[in-house]
Design a protein around this ligand. Structure first.
Ligand SMILES: [Zn+2]
Length: 208
């Protein structure tokens, strides 16, 4: 439970494995979750503005065929709680892969709303990464510095625009995310702050 949201850190540079596999355990939960998380209904009005904007961006990109979302059983090089990974395909499309294993694990401990928020936050994190298209396209060829810089940039934007507003409205969040938020506040929200960079570096150690 503690590491569920923290595992989001490994989202972007994980090697994508598998692909679309049918009739896997967790697939039904995933399909329902995806529809609920992306619903335009008033039940999702509590999403912070950044989350709303990024989910809309994902809808538009998906509809235009520039972004694909697939699911896989699990990631070979990440923990079971890592819910998503993303990369750029050989033909230049943005791709997000969702781990069914992670959804099964998360659904056992989170309420329906918490799981939906978890999913929407993860999608938001990925969408922020895609702002740095050229860096993400490098994938495993990116240098350790490029990886850390990209994570610091994404986490900074993500914590301020998505995580913090949810914390402020009393949304239940993993202790790890609360910690990162506190570190950033101590840093005066400066992404260049050594303590913040070290915190993100520590949390992205799996990427190296
Ligand atoms: Zn990331």
């Amino acid at each position: 439970m503690k590491t569920i949201l923290i595992a989001l850190v490994t989202l972007c540079f994980c090697q994508v494995v598998g692909g679309q596999v049918r009739q896997l355990p967790g697939e039904q939960i995933y399909r329902r979750l995806h529809v609920e998380a992306f619903s335009h209904g008033s039940e999702n009005a509590y999403y912070p503005t950044l989350v709303q904007e990024k989910l809309e961006w994902i809808r538009v990109e998906s509809f235009a065929g520039r972004l694909i979302i697939i699911h896989a059983e699990r990631f070979s090089n990440a923990s079971a709680s890592t819910i998503m990974a993303s990369d750029i395909t050989v033909d230049g499309k943005k791709r997000i892969v969702v781990s069914l294993e992670s959804i099964r694990v998360s659904s056992a401990t989170l309420t329906t709303k918490e799981l939906k928020t978890h999913y929407a936050l993860a999608m938001t994190h990925e969408a922020i990464h895609f702002e740095a298209y050229e860096t993400i396209r490098l994938g495993r060829k990116a240098t350790p510095n490029q990886r850390v810089n990209e994570e610091v940039r994404t986490w900074h934007r993500w914590i301020i625009g998505a995580v913090r507003p949810l914390l402020q409205t009393g949304h239940k969040m993993s202790p790890g995310l609360k910690e990162v938020n506190e570190v950033l506040k101590r840093c005066g929200d400066d992404a260049r702050c050594v303590e913040f960079v070290m915190e993100i570096n520590m949390r992205t150690v799996q990427l190296k």
